[in-house]
Design a binder for this molecule. Structure first.
Ligand SMILES: [Zn+2]
Length: 108
């Protein structure tokens, strides 16, 4: 065998190997992509009860979809029904007004 022939054989072999490795990498990439996709779907998947009062959320109801709140916390999503949302809003609002009054009292 000539030297050039040997080189050609080696080159051919390494090409085949490279292709094999590439195919393997692509397969694992595909696997990873699928895994990520299923993770994303799980993240999209929402609970179907109110986090606060455990009221049922009807996924088919357009009205509910419009009025219920989604709260994202620590990569999780929670549903809050309009009633509980109002309560939470009132709580935070009254807290704010209390602070405002406190400020007014401090003025001499
Ligand atoms: Zn609720």
């Amino acid at each position: 065998m000539k030297k050039s022939q040997i080189y050609a054989t080696i080159k051919n072999m390494s090409n085949k190997l490279a292709r094999k490795i590439k195919r393997k990498q692509e397969k694992s990439k595909l696997k990873q992509a699928k895994k990520e996709l299923s993770n994303k779907i799980q993240n999209i998947h929402l609970p179907d009860i109110c986090k606060n009062c455990k009221a049922d959320f009807d996924k088919k109801s357009k009205e509910m979809a419009m009025t219920w709140m989604v709260v994202a916390k620590e990569n999780r999503k929670h549903l809050i029904c309009p009633e509980c949302w109002e309560k939470i809003k009132k709580l935070t609002r009254s807290h704010e007004t209390q602070e405002d009054q406190l400020d007014q009292h401090q003025i001499p």
